[in-house]
Ligand binder design. Structure first.
Ligand code: UD1
Length: 366
């Protein structure tokens, strides 16, 4: 059997790592196609090297652009690649423009397409990722869902028959790397200058279009982070740097210490070393939960509502409306005493995905 994985952006590479490893132990052929949506070494290459992912078999080099231009370029470039490969499955990951392009190219060539991380919903149609998720789920033949909640969303949209609960492959990636980090088998993370790893700090990221593209909103969020009473290691995505510069918004002020995005092991170590996390990233909300650090999410909703249990994650879409003392108290709060459950599975999701794709395991229909 041949499976083509289509990836393109940083979070997809984290999900690809356990899938590639699970395929490596089988006689099945796994072909990796990178659209090139992310091209900076910080957002792409370091994940291949750091997570031991084989180099992509095909790199399409599409780069940045408007949503239409980027999705269209990936779609046009994927058509001949998938036509030549004629895989048994095209596997697409998550909710980026590369995900939608992969699903569209496959479905129009009558190639079976499976969507990993199916069924997530924010119900916020302002998010580009929400369109990508919904459209991909409805185009795909097989929906590989990470959680019970995702299974419920798929059932509500009439997609239950195509859905399988496999668990979350990010657990596989995160817990494996955590164990290596805790065993001391890693280089200390390159935290921003001015962050003392042995003193309390917060780790922050900010990159969503809804938070970075409107200058007033971006300025309000940066001001809120800058006003926190602990040093804040802000690992700046290129989109944040580009928008801040474009709008004349200074990032390096107050509590903020600006650094580059970290490789995966560095990120895990950075979270483990932090008092808490402040972010608008879906993946980081979940990593904070898995690693036992409180998370404050700069969004009105989350696709990972399980993280909200017992206050492990708190949604604060408008920090400035809380007032400085209350905002500081939330962002710097201690980890809840409550034990966390295992809503994202047992860390063996990738093996289950491979078994479902290869027909060796039917998967659970929830
Ligand atoms: C994309 C995904 C988002 C995911 C994020 C992870 C979509 C719609 N969004 O958002 O779901 O959470 O990846 O990082 O697909 N840029 C660079 N170098 C790069 C890549 C991007 O400088 O290697 C800059 C460019 O200015 C570009 C901007 O970042 O225009 C946005 O990049 P893009 O790939 O469009 O979306 P992300 O914001 O990264």
């Amino acid at each position: 059997m041949k499976v083509v994985s289509v990836v393109g952006a940083r979070p997809q590479l984290v999900k690809l790592a356990p899938i590639a490893a699970a395929f490596a132990g089988t006689g099945h052929r796994h072909v990796i196609v990178h659209t090139g949506q992310h091209y900076d070494a910080d957002l792409s290459d370091v994940f291949f090297t750091g997570l031991g992912i084989p180099a992509p078999d095909v790199h399409l080099g599409i780069g940045s652009g408007s949503h239409g231009a980027q999705t269209g370029a990936a779609l046009a470039a994927l058509d001949p690649v998938l036509a030549a490969e004629r895989p048994d499955w095209v596997l697409v990951y998550g909710d980026t423009n590369s995900t939608l392009a992969g699903a569209l190219s496959a479905v129009k060539q009558h190639l079976p397409v499976a969507h990993l991380e199916a069924g997530l919903r924010s119900f916020n149609r302002r998010m580009p990722e929400e369109h990508n998720r919904v459209l991909t789920d409805h185009a795909a033949d097989l929906l590989l869902a990470p959680t019970e909640e995702a299974m419920r969303h798929l059932a509500a949209e009439g997609l239950a028959a195509r859905s399988r609960l496999v668990g979350d492959v990010m657990v596989d990636a995160c817990l494996g790397v955590r164990d290596t980090v805790l065993a001391g088998g890693h280089v200390p993370p390159a935290l921003p200058e001015g962050i003392d790893p042995d003193a309390p700090y917060l780790l922050a990221t900010l990159h969503r279009a809804e938070n970075t593209d409107d200058p007033a909103r971006l300025d309000a969020l940066v001001t809120a982070l800058a006003g926190l009473p602990l040093p804040v290691a802000l690992l700046a995505h290129p989109r944040l740097l580009a928008r801040a510069e474009q709008h004349g918004i200074k990032l390096a002020r107050g509590a903020l210490r600006i650094g580059r995005p970290l490789p995966y092991a560095g990120m895990v170590a950075g979270v483990l070393g932090a008092v808490g996390v402040v972010t608008d990233s879906g993946g980081l909300q979940k990593e904070a939960y898995l690693l036992g650090r409180p998370c404050t999410t700069l969004r009105p909703e989350t696709e990972w509502p399980e993280t909200l249990t017992d206050g492990w994650n708190i949604l604060v879409p408008q920090p400035q409306e809380r007032g400085a003392p209350a905002w500081a108290e939330i962002a710097t709060r201690a980890a809840p005493a409550a034990q966390r459950g295992e809503p994202y599975g047992d860390g063996r999701a990738a093996q289950r995905v491979v078994a479902v794709l290869t027909g060796e395991h039917p998967g659970s229909t929830g």
